[in-house]
Design a binder for this molecule. Structure first.
Ligand SMILES: [Zn+2]
Ligand SMILES: [Zn+2]
Length: 364
């Protein structure tokens, strides 16, 4: 092949490609006769041979039989199946393609200037609300869901593969004044309830308690405070210094916390007898009205030493003790507080009132 011939061949090929492109026809499919063997209509149209032919096209077909769009082609028509358009991709209309003049026709053998089926565009619908994850269930971000293609999109209509968010980690810690103080341990776990605990945590009055992920003081969890515990539900501050057990419970909708270790108040007494014997005792039990009682048989010149104490309820340690105020009466004399001298022999009841922090000694 000389240069001239090659040039002409090249021009021919380019023209062919250009025509194919302009027409939009599936040139290769047509040439290969793909999916079109039975619908091939050699030398012109014979609509009865086509499965996809309709009544009305058969009525019109003879007009074009043996003619081209400009009347010069004896069309050799191939039936090209449609390709459904998608949300983002164009499709192709079902059509006839002439392998000679490379024109496209509809079922009625009318010329088609485009066989493109436009893309549908996504049907976003309404924005679904975000749902927060819990310890028990995955959540989701807010999203659109195209009901054509089933894909998910974020609120900015950007494609997202997965709208779900992982369950929250159950690896939790307690923060005191913004610093991680101790890690919780799970002591019970079921499908709708988790209980964590920290034992023997030293807390100080005024400490602010938070619950957060281990090693992460950011994003503290919201919790409600169980009543009658050593934590102020208004400001999450510890009421009283103590060694505490902290119990955290989560259900799908709620997290609650309880901090024990309230100090309780009691009485210690020491009796010094005139005989020289001595006895000491302590009283931790509380009565309903906040009074602690002990009954003693005493002689003149015996003496009693009474201390009030605070007790943290956890460690069996006295946290603080102090002298109680003592009433005076004719039977006793406060010699040098807290030593109380007994003036008359008899049976005495020693009463410590934890609310008023006073000691009353009454002769029975
Ligand atoms: Zn033709
Ligand atoms: Zn879509």
């Amino acid at each position: 092949m000389n240069k001239g011939h090659r040039f002409i061949a090249l021009i021919g090929l380019l023209t062919l490609l250009l025509l194919t492109t302009l027409c939009g026809c599936e040139f290769i499919d047509s040439v290969l006769g793909k999916n079109s063997e039975q619908n091939r209509l050699p030398g012109g149209l014979n609509p009865q041979q086509s499965e996809n032919k309709s009544e009305h096209s058969s009525g019109q077909s003879n007009e074009n039989l043996g003619g081209s769009t400009d009347g010069s082609c004896e069309h050799e028509l191939l039936w090209i199946e449609q390709i459904e358009p998608t949300c983002e991709e164009e499709g192709r209309l079902a059509h006839y393609y002439c392998s000679i003049c490379e024109s496209c026709f509809n079922e009625a053998i009318e010329p088609l200037y485009s066989i493109i089926a436009p893309s549908l565009g996504h049907a976003y619908g309404t924005l679904y609300d975000a749902k927060p994850s819990t310890f028990f269930e995955k959540g989701n971000v807010e999203y659109y869901h195209c009901f054509n293609c089933g894909r998910f999109f974020d609120k900015n209509l950007l494609y997202i593969n997965d709208v779900t968010t992982d369950k929250i980690s159950t690896e939790l810690a307690i923060g005191i004044n913004g610093q991680i103080k101790a890690d919780f341990e799970i002591v019970e776990e079921s499908s709708d309830r988790i209980t964590w605990q920290i034992s023997g945590l030293k807390v100080t009055a005024g400490d602010v308690v938070t619950v957060c992920l281990k090693n992460n003081t950011e994003n503290a969890f919201e919790f409600s405070v169980e009543p009658n515990c050593n934590l102020n539900s208004q400001n999450n501050q510890i009421y009283k210094s103590a060694v505490s057990n902290v119990t955290l419970t989560a259900t799908p909708n709620l997290m609650t916390i309880s901090v024990d270790g309230y100090y309780s108040v009691g009485m210690i007494y020491y009796v010094g007898y005139a005989s020289g014997q001595a006895e000491s005792a302590m009283e931790k039990s509380q009565t309903e009205n906040g009074e602690h009682l002990v009954t003693l048989t005493l002689s003149a010149n015996d003496y009693i030493y009474v201390n009030a104490y605070e007790y943290d309820g956890v460690t069996e340690e006295y946290v603080n003790s102090y002298c109680a105020l003592v009433n005076t009466s004719s039977q006793i004399a406060v010699e040098q507080s807290p030593f109380i001298k007994i003036c008359e022999s008899g049976t005495y009841t020693v009463i410590f009132n934890e609310n008023t922090k006073t000691v009353t000694i009454v002769k029975v």
